[in-house]
Design a protein. Structure first.
Length: 225
C-alpha cells in the first residue's frame, strides 16, 4: 500500500513538473488567475489557431488595391503624357500701305497663327519670334507676347508686323506697287519660331508661309495717305 502511494505521488509531481515546463504565465494576470480591478478593460485569451485571428479576404483586398493603383497610374500616364503643340501660319493680310518717293515705304501686315494644343493640360507659348522677307531681304521683325492655350483646343492668334523697305528693295517695291491704279501684290515670306512649354516638357517649333500681299496704297487706310 505504501509503495502504491509513493508511486502515485511520484507520478503526480512528475506530471505537475512536466505541465509547469510546458506552460507560461498569462501576460494579463501574471499567473495569479486574477485581473486587477483598475485595469481599463478585460482581455480575453483566444487560441492562436482560432479562425477569428486569421485575416479575412486579404488576397482579395490586396488584389483590388493593386488593380486600382495600376488603373490610376495608367490614367495619369495617358492624360499627362506630353503631346505636340503645332503652330501654322494661317493667313497674312496687309492693313496699311505707305509708299512714296520721298521716304522709305512700309506695309503693316496682320498675320494669323493657328495654334493647336493636343495635350490634356494647358500649354504656354512662352516666346514668339516672327520675321518677314521680301526679295531675299529681311524687311520686318515682330515678337508678340506670351500665349496660353487651353487643353485639347485650337486657337487663332493675330499679330502685326511692320515691313520696312530701304534702298534697292524700296525701289523695287515702288516699281511693283505704285504704278497704275489697279491691285498690286508682292510675294513675301513669313517665318515664325515659337518656344512652347507644358508641365513636363519645353521645346521649339516653327512655321512659315509664302503668300502674296496686297500693296496697292489706294485700297488701304494709312495715316500718311
Amino acid at each position: 500500500m505504501a509503495d502504491d502511494t509513493h508511486h502515485y505521488m511520484s507520478d503526480f509531481y512528475t506530471s505537475n513538473e512536466t505541465r509547469r515546463q510546458k506552460t507560461e504565465k498569462c501576460p494579463t494576470c501574471n499567473g495569479t488567475g486574477k485581473v486587477m480591478a483598475d485595469q481599463g478593460e478585460l482581455v480575453a485569451l483566444i487560441p492562436y489557431s482560432d479562425s477569428r485571428l486569421k485575416p479575412r479576404r486579404t488576397k482579395l483586398i490586396i488584389g483590388i488595391t493593386v488593380v486600382i493603383c495600376l488603373g490610376i497610374a495608367i490614367l495619369l500616364t495617358f492624360f499627362l503624357f506630353p503631346r505636340d503643340i503645332s503652330i501654322t501660319t494661317a493667313n497674312a493680310q496687309s492693313r496699311s500701305v505707305y509708299i512714296n518717293n520721298m521716304t522709305n515705304p512700309y506695309i503693316t501686315v496682320e498675320v494669323t497663327l493657328k495654334i493647336e494644343n493636343k495635350n490634356y493640360i494647358s500649354s504656354m507659348i512662352d516666346q514668339i519670334n516672327m520675321k518677314a522677307s521680301y526679295a531675299d531681304y529681311i524687311v520686318g521683325y515682330a515678337s508678340p507676347g506670351r500665349v496660353s492655350v487651353p487643353p485639347m483646343s485650337t486657337i487663332s492668334f493675330n499679330t502685326t508686323i511692320t515691313t520696312k523697305y530701304i534702298k534697292r528693295v524700296a525701289d523695287k517695291l515702288r516699281y511693283s506697287c505704285a504704278i497704275g491704279n489697279w491691285p498690286h501684290f508682292v510675294l513675301e515670306l513669313f517665318e515664325t519660331t515659337a518656344q512652347c512649354s507644358t508641365v513636363f516638357q519645353s521645346f521649339a517649333t516653327s512655321t512659315s508661309l509664302a503668300t502674296f500681299i496686297d500693296c496697292h496704297q489706294s485700297n488701304k487706310d494709312s495715316p500718311f495717305h
